[in-house]
Each structure stands twice: as structure tokens, then as C-alpha cells.
Design a protein around this ligand. Structure first.
Ligand SMILES: Cc1cc2nc3c(=O)[nH]c(=O)nc-3n(C[C@H](O)[C@H](O)[C@H](O)COP(=O)(O)OP(=O)(O)OC[C@H]3O[C@@H](n4cnc5c(N)ncnc54)[C@H](O)[C@@H]3O)c2cc1C
Length: 380
């Protein structure tokens, strides 16, 4: 009897957003939960710099969907959703299987961008959001460290949070092995006039200082214009050689192709949602995480695509799905950015700005570890 009254909620994508929502809804008696993810595990993108460097193991940054779902009576389907029929309430997978839903949550995240204007960028770079590519970089870095290196080079293109964290972690690891910039030079290339463009001056200054400490060569105001097999040509025609090249210049929404012209997308392939994270005009479809264009309640700007925003959106959507099922009034968007924490290489160096308070040293590290353990304890 109870089974018939259950509402089937399908979540596409078990990243930060999808997993946080599963956690929120897993004990609801009137909901049948299904996770569909093309990947076997949840990848903690926030900590991939520590995987590339060899500091974290695969177990530290990936969490098996099958195991989590089994333990929490959730159905897991390891497949890629290739289309959604919004009008008739079903999704279709690459295997041509069809799954009906009462409620759908799209949480498919984002994919890294590799602009075609940069010659050969696809040929010589790999998306760091994929675990097999992370294995490739991790192995390459390990081999480089073990090769008695001289005049070798690592180039990281993109001086935002992701690129900075990767460059610092690799440079720290090089130093911790007793090597220096004559052995392996880490270069961080950022097209704007500073690393962490647009961020608070405290974070920028501390990061520049840390790059100096770690002998990272920072190049500003120049873009990568062409990639060759072992070097990058910059916009002023300078050539930077590399043994390892990592490209992290941004991401766009990982949208599922569909022919529904009613769905609004922005130029960054993100889904435009209403004040309840519903995908207009469909009342039973929500979208959360990097795939969504949402407004920050405090600043009225667009929310940055972060793990933090994904988790808060999942929390709100979990409440709203329950309310919707019960016929209660939904809670409108109340999400605003609380700040940021940035790893600056090694086990002891982090900075941050939370609720307008600058953090560095042990407090920033402690906060970063706390956030990691709050998220990962869902899987323990
Ligand atoms: C290097 C790096 C460092 C970062 N550091 C921070 C940080 O310090 N703090 C912070 O807050 N944020 C950080 N972020 C951003 C954060 O990781 C993202 O905002 C977050 O991962 C978004 O979560 P999500 O659930 O929307 O997407 P994801 O975590 O990308 O998950 C999407 C899931 O959907 C699945 N999927 C996609 N398409 C389909 C499909 N068609 N069918 C089935 N499954 C599908 C994927 O397999 C994946 O499991 C960082 C990102 C990177 C890359």
C-alpha cells in the first residue's frame, strides 16, 4: 500500500549536489530515490590537487555510488542519461533504457573548457574532472619526481582557485622531495593582470607571496595561443616548454542534450531556474549544482559554481521536494556565498575569507578539513 503512495525522485548526477540531495532525502518514507550517474563514484573535485601530487589516495577523493546507495536503500543506475522527455516525465539513457519519474533533479555538473581558438588544445590537454585523466597526471608527476630531473617544467594554465591550488601543491611536493626550480620549474599562466582575478586583495596578496615562497613563476597578462607537443606559445609569441601541462581556465554547464525548446539555457550551457531551483516551465523538475544559473541572495549576482553552493542548493531542494509532495508552500532561494578557502600547498598552508573575515594558517586549514570531513562522513 505504502509503495504505491511513494513518489519516485530521480537524481541525474552524483556529484556534490546530487550526493548532498540523496543524503537529505534518503530517510523519507514517501520517496523512492534513484541515482543515475555515468560514473561509478563521486569525485571530490575540491581535492584533486592533492591526488595529482600523490598526497591523497584514490580512496580519499572517490566514493563508490553503488556502496552508498546499497547501504541507504537507494537504487543506483550506472548509465549516462542522453535525453529527457519533460512532458511525459521520463529520462532515456545511452543504452536506450527509459526511467519514469515523479520528480527529476538535474545535477550533472560542468565540464572544463578548451577554447578552439587555442590551437591544438584538445590534442595536448586533458579534462581534470575525469579520474582517468587525474591518474595520467599523477603518474606523470610521480615519474618526473623520480627521474633525477634537471631543467624540467610543469605549466599550469589558469590562475583561478583550481590552477593556483594545483600549482602550489605540485611546487610544494617538489620542494619536499629536496628538489628546486633548477630541477623542476612550475609556471602558472594567467591571462588577467593577477592570479585569482576578481578576488579579495587579501587572498591575492597571500597567494602571490606563497607562489614566491614556492618558486612558482607567475606569468600575467598573457594567454596561451597555441599548444605544441612540449611547449606553449603565448600571446606575445614567447614559448614556455613543459613536461606536464595542466589546463584549468574554467568550465561550462554539462547539459544533457534535449530538443525541448521550452527550457532556457544561458550562454554557459547552464539551466536557468526559478526561485525554487525548478527548471521552468516544468513544476516537477529541479536543477542544482554547477549546471544551474542561480542568483546569490545577498549580492544579486550569479552564484559562483562551487561545491559550497551545490550543497546549499541540495539542502534547499531536499526541503522543497518534501514540501511539494506534501502540498506545502515552498521555500524560495535563500542562498548566498559564505566565502572561500584555498589550499596553498602542503599540509600546513591555507587561506580563506569566510563571512568577510580573513583567515590564514591553522584556522583556515582547520576549516578546510572540517568541510572535507562533513562531506565525506556521509560515506562512512
Ligand atoms: C580543481 C578544482 C578545485 C575546486 N575547488 C573548490 C573549492 O575549493 N571549493 C568549492 O566550493 N568548490 C570548488 N570547486 C568546484 C566544485 O568542485 C564544483 O562546484 C562541484 O563539483 C559541483 O558539483 P556538482 O554536483 O554540480 O557537479 P559534479 O561534482 O561535477 O558532479 C556531476 C556528476 O554528474 C554525473 N553526470 C554528468 N552528466 C551525466 C549524465 N548525462 N548522465 C549521468 N550522469 C552524469 C558525473 O559523472 C558526476 O558524477 C573546484 C573544482 C575544481 C575542478
Amino acid at each position: 500500500m505504502e509503495t504505491n503512495l511513494k513518489k519516485r525522485v530521480i537524481i541525474i548526477g552524483g556529484g556534490y549536489a546530487g550526493v548532498s540531495l540523496l543524503h537529505k532525502l534518503k530517510s523519507k518514507k514517501n520517496i523512492e530515490l534513484i541515482l543515475i550517474d555515468k560514473s561509478q563514484s563521486h569525485l571530490l573535485q575540491t581535492h584533486i590537487h592533492k591526488y595529482i601530487s600523490g598526497y591523497y589516495s584514490k580512496e580519499d577523493i572517490t566514493f563508490n555510488h553503488e556502496k552508498y546507495c546499497k547501504e541507504n536503500s537507494i537504487e543506483f543506475i550506472c548509465e549516462e542519461v542522453s535525453n529527457i522527455n519533460y512532458k511525459d516525465n521520463y529520462v532515456i539513457t545511452r543504452e536506450n533504457l527509459l526511467y519514469h519519474y515523479d520528480y527529476l533533479v538535474i545535477a550533472t555538473g560542468s565540464i572544463s573548457i578548451f577554447p578552439s581558438q587555442i590551437q591544438n588544445v584538445i590534442e595536448y590537454t586533458k579534462d581534470i574532472k575525469r579520474i582517468d585523466n587525474l591518474d595520467y597526471y599523477r603518474n606523470k608527476f610521480k615519474k618526473l619526481l623520480e627521474s633525477s630531473p634537471m631543467n624540467r617544467s610543469i605549466a599550469v594554465v589558469g590562475g583561478g582557485v583550481s590552477g593556483l591550488q594545483i600549482a602550489c601543491e605540485m611546487a610544494y611536493t617538489i620542494k619536499s622531495k629536496g628538489l628546486n626550480k633548477e630541477n623542476i620549474q612550475v609556471t602558472l599562466i594567467e591571462g588577467m593582470n593577477t592570479i585569482l582575478p576578481g578576488m579579495d586583495p587579501f587572498l591575492v596578496e597571500k597567494s602571490i607571496q606563497r607562489c614566491k615562497e614556492l618558486d612558482i613563476k607567475v606569468i600575467n597578462n598573457l594567454f596561451a595561443s597555441k599548444i605544441l607537443e612540449d611547449s606553449i606559445i603565448l600571446s606575445n609569441d614567447d614559448e614556455i616548454s613543459y613536461d606536464i601541462l595542466i589546463f584549468v581556465i574554467g568550465a561550462i554547464g554539462n547539459n544533457i542534450s534535449n530538443s525541448d525548446k521550452n527550457i532556457e539555457e544561458n550562454p554557459r550551457n547552464q539551466l536557468v531556474v526559478d526561485d525554487y531551483y525548478k527548471v521552468k516551465p516544468y513544476k516537477n523538475v529541479f536543477a542544482i549544482g554547477d549546471i544551474v544559473q542561480a542568483i546569490d541572495k545577498n549580492t544579486n549576482d550569479f552564484q559562483a559554481p562551487t561545491a559550497q553552493a551545490s550543497r546549499m542548493q541540495a539542502e534547499l531542494t531536499g526541503k522543497n521536494i518534501t514540501k511539494d509532495i506534501n502540498g506545502d508552500t515552498l521555500i524560495s532561494n535563500n542562498i548566498s556565498n559564505k566565502g572561500i578557502l584555498i589550499d596553498l600547498g602542503g599540509p600546513n598552508c591555507a587561506i580563506g575569507r569566510l563571512l568577510n573575515v580573513n583567515l590564514s594558517g591553522k584556522i583556515a586549514l582547520w576549516m578546510k578539513k572540517l568541510i572535507y570531513s562533513l562531506h565525506t562522513k556521509k560515506f562512512s
